[in-house]
Design a protein around this ligand. Structure first.
Ligand code: CA
Ligand code: CA
Length: 202
């Protein structure tokens, strides 16, 4: 078990590295992906991204990234996504820019949360701004942490906002051979408390 965990660790670190290299090349590419701008989204919704390429075989699950809708910025006419990225840690990104990074995108709503819980989930994520990326996928993720990976951030946000009653990890932190003890973007997507309200692939 320990050896498997060690191998998984190396693979995940490699995946993150390859992913950041891929992201850098995409951001320098004028041919960004185009998706219809989603309508009817609300604060606290979850945004998922997937890209074809080398990351597919190293990051378990179809979805490789997830962020949370923070607020609407009327000065730029765009929603702001709060996300933890390998290159910038916890950061704010316009939704249109976020979507353009991925060939396939989706938005999920936490249907067991009311507007107040969604507000506090966004607020929790907002408060983590500037914290570094968490490379430790092996331990159980902490809600209160000095670093976050993408799906840990959105999971922690809803755990905190709901008084620990809304756990958007599909297996609620149990061990799995695919994801270890982590909460992966795919597990958030698969959680029964998350309903997909938007999906687009180019
Ligand atoms: Ca769950
Ligand atoms: Ca899990």
């Amino acid at each position: 078990m320990k050896r498997v965990a060690g191998i998984l660790s190396v693979i995940l670190v490699l995946a993150a590295f390859v992913s950041s290299v891929a992201a850098a090349s995409i951001s320098g590419d004028s041919g960004a992906y185009v998706h219809p701008y989603p309508s009817g989204i609300v604060q606290g919704d979850l945004v998922f991204g997937h890209s074809e390429g080398v990351t597919d075989w190293v990051i378990p699950g179809f979805w490789t990234h997830v962020g949370i809708i923070g607020w609407y910025d009327s000065s730029i006419g765009d929603w702001i996504v709060i996300e933890a990225t390998t290159s910038n840690g916890v950061t704010f990104t316009p939704l249109s820019k976020f979507l353009s990074r991925y060939d396939t995108v989706a938005i999920g709503r936490v249907i067991t949360a009311d507007a107040t819980i969604r507000y506090y989930a966004a607020y929790f994520a907002y408060l983590q701004y500037g914290k570094p990326y968490n490379w430790n996928y092996l331990s159980k993720p902490d809600i209160y942490s000095d670093s976050y990976y993408c799906s840990q951030l959105v999971w922690a946000a809803y755990m905190w906002a709901s008084g620990y009653s809304i756990n958007i990890d599909e297996n609620d932190g149990a061990w799995s051979w695919t994801y270890g003890y982590a909460v992966a973007p795919q597990e958030v997507y698969d959680d029964p408390e998350v309903s997909i309200i938007y999906y687009h692939s180019v």
